[in-house]
Ligand binder design. Structure first.
Ligand code: SAM
Ligand code: SF4
Length: 331
């Protein structure tokens, strides 16, 4: 690190960068994008070279971990090349990706060989009909094959992310918990956030982590609090009392974790966001393509960090929903 760290006005030091490599996706989860969706023209999306340059600038100020997301990151051609480019940056200790798993069986081996450190696979149900209801596409068997291929390729500590939706996925909680436990996957439930493309979210559709925990304890087994790996991690983790498996809860709505947030995000078209719920953005693509030097880009990054708010305030009357839906930000 050759530059001072990225510290905001609340003293939070930023170490994690989420990079959306595309807004495109091969499925259409209703909580993330509308059924009919217009994607960005390819020329407006950051190139791998631009992403690498930005990451190098971030790493010079203390960013250590990168997560590739989208849209569906595996839908971006040549993703493993980008992984290799990012892994070679001084100061980057981990490159991870979050995927829907549909293309994972084809790509797990090459991503592993390129040096990808960790994988999160999103899967909300093991029921093929509900999978189609949520994603508006078929493909459950591909996701399961993708998880198996990733394990065969040598990925360990694979996480399975499940968005929990009240009135829809209650009956999926226990089968998912059993599936993850049997296969050595760390399961994390994420509360449904107001970032859906159709703007249908309301507080009644949130199934809280606490409700899910009770369902699992009743049907699978008692849970005990697990040690936090990182102070800034959004999830509260539990392990089964018998020592076999872990389950975590990301509860941005019922238990916001903003006070420990160390994340910053770049959208596919190079807009810097200091929060998932940010209503302000800094246009790094314009700077990159306008010939700005690294110092000018770093100044824009610092300005964004300086302007980071204390929290998202979903539960407050003043909460303003961001104009972008999840697929346009990168979860
Ligand atoms: N396509 C990849 C995937 O689905 O894993 C990466 C991008 S996706 C936007 C990242 C994560 O955000 C996924 O785990 C997805 O389930 C979650 N997500 C999307 N919309 C959400 C919402 N409105 N509330 C909570 N989580 C959401
Ligand atoms: Fe695609 Fe992921 Fe959004 Fe689902 S959550 S539509 S898989 S980007």
């Amino acid at each position: 690190m050759s530059q001072p760290p990225l510290v905001d006005s609340f003293g939070r030091i930023h170490k994690n960068l989420r990079i959306s490599v595309t807004d495109r996706c091969n499925i259409r989860c209703f909580y993330c994008m509308p059924e009919v969706v217009k994607f960005l023209p390819r020329k407006d999306v950051l190139t791998f070279e631009e992403i690498t340059r930005l990451t190098r600038i971030f790493a010079s100020s203390g960013i250590e971990r990168v997560r590739l997301t989208g849209g569906e990151p595996l839908a971006r051609r040549g993703l493993s090349d980008l992984v290799g480019m990012l892994k070679s940056i001084d100061g980057i200790r981990e490159v991870a990706a979050t995927t829907n798993g549909i293309l994972l069986a084809d790509q797990a081996g090459e991503l592993r060989r390129a040096g990808l450190d960790r994988l999160n696979v999103s899967l909300d149900t093991l029921d093929p009909d509900r999978f189609e209801q949520i994603t508006r596409r078929k493909g459950l068997e591909k996701v399961i094959a993708g998880i198996e291929a990733a394990q065969d390729a040598g990925f360990t500590n694979i996480r399975m992310n499940a968005v929990a939706i009240a009135g829809l996925t209650e009956s999926d909680v226990v089968p998912l918990a059993k599936f993850a436990r049997q296969r050595g996957l760390e399961l994390r439930f994420i509360e449904f956030m107001p970032l859906d493309g159709d703007q249908q979210w309301d507080a009644t559709s949130v199934m809280t982590g606490e409700t899910i925990r009770q369902l699992i304890e009743r049907a699978v087994g008692p849970l005990v609090t697990a040690k936090r790996k990182l102070a800034s991690q959004p999830a509260v983790d539990y392990q089964y009392a018998d020592g076999q498996g872990k389950v975590g809860f990301i509860d941005p709505v019922s238990a916001p974790f903003c006070s420990a947030c160390d994340r910053v995000r770049i959208t596919a078209e190079g807009k810097l966001r200091n929060c998932l719920f940010s209503t302000e953005e800094w246009n790094l693509l314009e700077l990159l393509r306008g010939g700005a030097n690294d110092g000018q880009i770093l100044n824009a990054i610092r300005e964004s960090i300086d302007n980071k708010k204390a929290g998202h305030g979903i539960d407050s009357k003043e909460f303003e929903r961001p104009a972008r839906a999840m697929y346009q930000i990168g979860g």
